[in-house]
Design a binder for this molecule. Structure first.
Ligand code: ACO
Length: 374
């Protein structure tokens, strides 16, 4: 038998995709041919989703129609809301989101249909409803009534309104929307790969993306944006960065928001989030967290040669926007839902079961011992 791939499948090219491309040595990320540096300052999140799903940028009227379609499908099934209300009050938002998406799958009219047309309809509902789900989860845990969507608002603006009970400023909504675009897709990352494995069994789209939420929840993946903020709060002050890091290294702790399996240089998403963090923390009177982040970044690079990833500066962007820390990873899921659904559609369009082998390292010739003789 051939030797196993490297631990964690490092460097393995598992399949083909035309959705996004990463050059980890050069720090390049491309969605459907467009470099992220072209898209980040220009595209809205729905525009990025349209691009990912169709392979081209929408015209004005196509984008308007696409946004209207998303807006019209934002409302949750009332039975999903009922189920969310019955969850224990201390359910962590990512677990509630995983459950909520799974429940939406129970009532989806296309639940068991994997045709391209049904997948497209489900993808629209999933991208449209994830913000509504997250906002409802946030309201319910505070003992508040979930708010109904307002289709006259953009997806990001309506999320802010449904979560907070009042509209956000246009700057805050734009910043949130840009983070969603930056989180949209990223090759065969762990959660997307999980989605594709499920889709490749001919599992349905809700099953696949429920698995994706589960994979994203972990702190080595999407959970890192919340952990990064907790790190900064634990450090507390700029002058504590050095001693804190020294202790963390001595304890062999992983510094959350740093390092990446594919990027060996600057994560191009971090380039945008760093600048957003600088501006937004200053506006919010929280510049010290940006300064601490810069110091931590400088020390991580000079001492370990490890760069920040997408999650590091996103943490202070969300902090400056006043978003509760345990909603950071659900927001990552809100953006990545566009990518997960695109990958399920791509997988179903040209499917083969994903079923690797394992290199067995156990014994093979043991003899049976009767239970009384063990
Ligand atoms: N802090 C400290 N040391 C690190 C870090 C880090 N964040 N990341 C990597 N290293 C070190 C490791 O200790 C290891 O050192 P060693 O060779 O001396 O043992 C070396 O760099 C290689 O690290 P691995 O963990 O083997 O790298 P891997 O590719 O398996 O892991 C990962 C990548 C999981 C992202 C890792 O860098 C990590 O744990 N980072 C922190 C969590 C995080 O930010 N995750 C979000 C990633 S981006 C995303 O998913 C959206």
């Amino acid at each position: 038998m051939t030797a196993a791939a490297g631990k964690g499948l490092e460097g393995v090219v598992a399949s083909r995709t035309s959705l996004s491309f990463i050059d980890g040595l050069e720090g390049v990320l491309v969605y459907r041919g467009y470099n992220i540096h072209e898209l980040a300052p220009n595209a809205s999140f729905p525009e990025g989703v349209f691009l990912l799903w169709t392979g081209r940028l929408p015209t004005r009227s196509e984008l308007d129609a696409f946004e209207a379609k998303l807006a019209a499908r934002r409302g949750l099934d009332p039975r999903t809301l009922e189920a969310l209300m019955s969850l224990p009050r201390d359910t962590v938002p990512m677990a509630a989101l995983r459950t909520g998406i799974s429940i939406e799958g129970l009532y989806d009219p296309d639940a068991e249909d994997n045709s391209a047309e049904a997948n497209e309809r489900k993808a629209v509902r999933l991208v449209a409803r994830t913000p509504t789900l997250i906002a409802a989860i946030h309201r319910i845990r505070q003992g508040l009534e979930p708010l109904s969507p307002d289709p006259s608002l953009s997806l990001s603006a309506d999320f802010v309104r449904m979560a907070n009970g009042e509209p956000g400023t246009s700057e805050a909504v734009d910043a949130l929307d840009r983070t969603l675009l930056l989180y949209l897709d990223h090759g065969f990352n762990a959660s997307t790969f999980a989605c594709r494995v499920i889709a490749a069994t001919l599992g349905d789209m809700h099953s696949a993306v429920t698995g994706g939420v589960g994979a994203l929840k972990g702190s080595l993946h999407g959970g890192a944006n919340a952990k990064a903020m907790h790190t900064l709060l634990e450090i507390g002050e700029l002058e504590n960065v050095g001693p804190w890091l020294e202790r963390a290294f001595a304890e062999k702790r992983k510094i959350m928001g740093f390092g990446h399996r594919v990027y060996k240089t600057e994560d191009p998403r971090a380039t945008h989030l760093r600048e957003m963090s600088r501006v937004l923390t200053q506006q919010a009177g929280l510049a010290k967290f940006y300064e601490m982040s810069r110091e931590l970044e400088d020390q991580m690079i000079s001492q370990k040669g490890i760069n920040p990833n997408v999650d590091f500066y996103c943490a202070t962007v969300y902090y400056a926007l006043g978003i509760p820390i345990d909603l950071y990873t659900p927001l990552f899921a809100m953006g990545r839902m566009g990518g997960w659904t695109a990958h399920v559609m791509e997988q179903h369009a040209d499917n083969r079961l994903i079923r690797p082998r394992a290199e067995y390292v156990g014994e093979v010739d043991l003899r049976w011992v009767a239970i009384g003789d063990r």
